[in-house]
Design a protein around this ligand. Structure first.
Ligand code: RNT
Ligand code: ZN
Length: 415
């Protein structure tokens, strides 16, 4: 323990915060890191463009183009991130045997064996996502399509993903979150908003109708407010998603890039917790639109972390990352984003919650405002240093030297 840390420990002790307890909680914090920052969300099972109204802008050299490269890059990032990790995979990252290929509706656990081995060797969990985009059958509608053949194709894909998620949970122990996000929507004002939502309800019910272990596989549904070319209407809107999840007992997944600019996910969490046992998040940063920028250590990320910590909901809110910036070094993107989320949770855990809540209850708003501002200058960075030291990773910007070395020795050679 450094003298700096001992000093910080005393400062926090004075306001009733036990930094050793916080460091224990930080050690158990699990954030599911998305694989798709590593290859601009191209995936391995299709040659076509990224579709679905989402975009990875930029062309930074050296992106991974296959599983060995993506695993190598993930290892580089994981080595610079303290604490527990989980890997968040998309179905489009299936790894086929030489000469083999199956379409999305016929994916099987065996197509993810390479990822299972990867996770087993590193003692990390895996979460999963159905890939309802970047496919010839995902031109406009998927689970809400009025073309029955297309709709059934995507229902089969959703069912296949549940079985793959179950395989991960059984083989790795614990749980696997299977997230469903569909791009379905209209560019311009629709004549009928209800019919696609009725078809989506039928499809989701069919997906969930299969037999699976509901403890091991937690299914989440992710809503969205618009996409590129889908500006006027998205079938799986926030209201639809919350209603469907609440009536079917699955999880709502809130992506903080998926709401109107003035809407804050930090304000929504406490509106969900009284009615939903669990929920999930995609943490990202929207700039002007759902741009999927790298997460920064900003007020909203800190507020989201505070809402989860102060409501004792760390085991009820599944946290995953979701950003894909193709204009910068992709390993650095993962490391900055993940560490910023961890810093936000550390910052939240170092708040004297009971003191702050009491001030609110007593309507001591002046002191409450003053104290929340003063806490911004408490030495949480020194507690971060101790957290990194205990996890054998660099606390400061020195980690970037590793990334620069890797870029020069590996990434630039990929062309
Ligand atoms: C799209 C959603 C969705 C995707 C990932 C790749 O806006 O956020 O979660 O980003 O599934
Ligand atoms: Zn998302």
């Amino acid at each position: 323990m450094s003298d700096r840390y001992k000093e910080a420990q005393k400062i926090y002790e004075k306001i009733g915060v036990n930094t050793e307890k916080v460091l224990d909680e930080m050690q158990n914090l699990e954030i599911s890191m998305h694989c798709w920052q590593g290859d601009d969300l191209n995936g391995f099972d299709n040659e076509g463009p990224l579709s679905g109204g989402i975009q990875a802008t930029g062309n930074y050299p050296g992106k991974a183009v296959n599983a060995p490269q993506l695993m190598q890059d993930l290892d580089q990032a994981f080595a610079l991130i303290p604490g527990k990790k989980r890997l968040n995979l998309h179905a489009s990252y299936a790894v086929f045997e030489e000469g083999e290929w199956v379409d999305r509706d016929r994916l099987k656990p065996e197509h993810f064996k390479a990822w299972l081995e990867y996770a087993k060797k590193r003692d990390i969990g895996i979460d999963f996502n159905g890939t309802f985009f970047s496919h010839k059958y995902a031109e406009q509608f998927t689970l809400s399509s009025n073309d029955e053949e297309i709709r059934r194709f995507w229902v089969r894909h959703g069912q296949a993903c549940i079985k793959i998620a179950e395989y991960f949970a059984e083989e790795l122990g614990g749980r696997c979150l299977l997230n469903i996000w569909i791009p379905d929507g209209y560019k311009d004002i629709p004549a009928d908003r209800l019919a696609p939502r009725e078809r989506l309800t039928r499809s989701l019910d069919e997906i969930l109708s299969i037999d699976y272990d509901k403890e091991k596989v937690q299914v989440s549904l992710e809503s969205k407010v618009f996409g590129i070319g889908l500006e006027s209407y998205t079938v799986c809107s926030s209201e639809y998603c919350i209603n469907y999840a609440a009536t079917r007992g699955i999880l709502v997944l809130m992506d903080n890039g998926h709401y109107h600019p003035a809407e804050m996910v930090s304000d929504k969490i406490s509106a969900m917790l009284p009615f939903h046992d669990k929920m999930a998040l995609h943490l990202t940063r929207a700039v002007r639109w759902d741009s999927d920028h790298v997460v920064l250590f900003d007020d909203e990320i800190k507020e989201i972390a505070k809402e989860i910590v102060r409501n004792d909901a760390l085991d009820r809110v599944f946290i995953a990352t979701d950003f894909f910036d193709a204009s910068i070094n992709r390993i650095a993107a993962w490391v900055v984003g993940m560490r910023n989320i961890q810093k936000a949770f550390l910052y939240a855990m170092l708040q004297p919650e009971s003191v702050l809540k009491e001030l609110q209850e007593k309507e001591g708003f002046t002191e409450l405002m003053m104290l929340q501002e003063e806490l911004k200058f408490y030495p949480y960075q020194i507690v971060w240093e101790e957290f990194c030291r205990r996890n054998y990773v660099e606390a400061g910007k020195e980690w970037f030297d590793r990334v620069r070395e890797y870029e020069e020795s590996v990434l630039v050679k990929r062309g």
